[in-house]
Design a protein around this ligand. Sequence first.
Ligand code: ATP
Ligand code: MG
Length: 357
Amino acid sequence: MNKRIAVLPGDGIGPEVVGEALALLDVVAELYGHTFHYDYGKIGGHAIDEEGTALPAETVELCGKSDAVLLGAVGGPKWDRGPTHLRPETGLLGLRKALSLYANLRPVKIFPALRDASTLKPEVLEGVDLLIVRELTGGLYFGTPRERRTGPTGLEVVDTLFYTEAEIERILRLGFELARTRRGHLTSVDKANVLESSRVWRETAERLAPEYPDVELTHLLVDNAAMQLVRNPRQFDVLVTENLFGDILSDEAAMISGSIGLLPSGSLGAEGTLGLYEPVHGSAPDIAGQNKANPLATYLSVAMMLRTSLGLPEEADAVERAVACVLEKGVRTGDLAQPGERVWGTREIGAEVRDQL
Ligand code: ATP
Ligand code: MG
């Protein structure tokens, strides 16, 4: 298969982990007979330095022409004091908007070899493998009016939770589709006992369910979902939820797995095909350029990209298995190693994963 991938290495450790990820993709291409074309774009701090903007127009253009986008990380202390429009993060927000990314996917998986890295008990973690699907375009984040005003008793403040039925249906459909490719269980998270938007959310899920007879749909109130995530995370397969609930639950779920150096994410575009994949971690300026960064989160993001945007599930499984095997062998970067254990560098763990693949 012939695929175009827009590669945005970004700042800090971004270029290091993305460099390793491309080396891994080259092995995937060779093993499975694919051709991946990489188109490099600038974004974030170095784009500000070189182009005077965190998101050059060429970057948006090349992402639009590609099958998927792979991003490292943006930002660093060098740019923290600049005016808002010259902040690296505005580049990423701008790109999300330009590509109409409407869904953020965050899988949480426990590698048996790393059970001890989590704050939860090993017996609670055994077999956890869940995916949170968060709506990104609507809800309290963007609704209007949003204002402070003076009312009869003084200050009043308004935020608006706004959704169109089409937005709700789009994200729920994605939840069903993803559940179908996994263990066939979809948990729709809402607050239907209080919110009108949640009642429409629930009705829409019920209306769609007959179209997905192979998926078992469960509704859960968000407060209960927050509790169940740490009480018994193994019960979940795919969780789908609105913007703010998803923001909170995905950070909560991230803590289940242990190191930030392990967590992948993907955001999907309106066509359901173009997606942007990136590790959850930031640019980690404290370890940049020192061959210390853990590239596994980026590898797992590549696996998501292969599975979700490039339609290559077998290749995705192979990448995930290679990562699991290398961890099983005791190979650890600094963020995962216990005191006294050998510490592998970015390039060294990269070579181990390629060999394993
Ligand atoms: P951002 O605002 O971009 O999210 P941040 O400052 O909140 O960035 P990170 O850049 O993710 O956070 O760094 C937080 C800590 O985690 C740092 O000490 C960093 O060294 C460490 N860290 C982040 N990513 C990795 C990684 N891939 N491997 C090892 N350590 C990492
Ligand atoms: Mg951060």
